[in-house]
Design a protein around this ligand. Sequence first.
Ligand code: DGL
Length: 273
Amino acid sequence: MTSRRPTIGVFDSGFGGLTVLKALLEVIPEADYLYFGDTARLPYGSKSVQTVARYAVEAAHFLEAHRAELIVIACNTATALALNQITGAAHVPVIGVVEPGAEAAASVSKTRKVVVIGTEATVCSHAYQKALEAKGLHAREKACPLLVPLVEEGWVNHAVTEQVARIYLEEAFADGFRDADTLVLGCTHYPLLKPMLRRVSPAHVSIVDSAESTARAVAERLGNLVPRVASEERRAKARVGFFVTDSVEKFQRLGQTFLRRPLANVQHVDLKE
Ligand code: DGL
């Protein structure tokens, strides 16, 4: 990495990675960003390791070809299933969301028992469990497959979503995990549900958002490469280009909910398989 103003590539299966981009823009606004959302092929959360790895490696190559100097795998599913393949195929540093999330959980949990929620594929990979166990924590992983479509429907404050989340979390914080004191949001969409998840989690539970932990990990990785300037100036400087594999219009419409600001500079791309 040579430039003082790095270009950071952010990859996700679609819209959800915008929660990671939002955190990155808050922590490192003085970088340039390229966001690749594979909206034509989402969701990844119900796909096989082979398929997700192939898609993710293609996306990483695309970002590298567009001069990304570091790639953030914002998608929990892609990180959980294919981080090693992506890292092996890329020529630039790659940071996923699982390790930063696990690290944040390890620093927060006192009972050393953690619940992780994510997609079916993330949970089946046990990537979070392995990362947490390596730090001496016990983890229960709970797949919450209904939450992604509910968020994409815009039902972030809906009673149905709250009921669904309540059922998932009651099942997760049961039996041997009643004393778990940390909930890791292991999916890009869940930060949008944070206030609701707070309400339906046991009162003693702390919530770890892997989007925020990842942004801090990227900042640490960049270290002194990023110039330190005053906060107003920093915010004005962030430049973002978006590439999506499906409708630009839909990405702009839905993406605003995730990024909490209008999305300009969005291009459609076709990845040749
Ligand atoms: N981005 C995915 C994740 O964080 C959720 C959406 C999908 O299944 O593609 O796991």
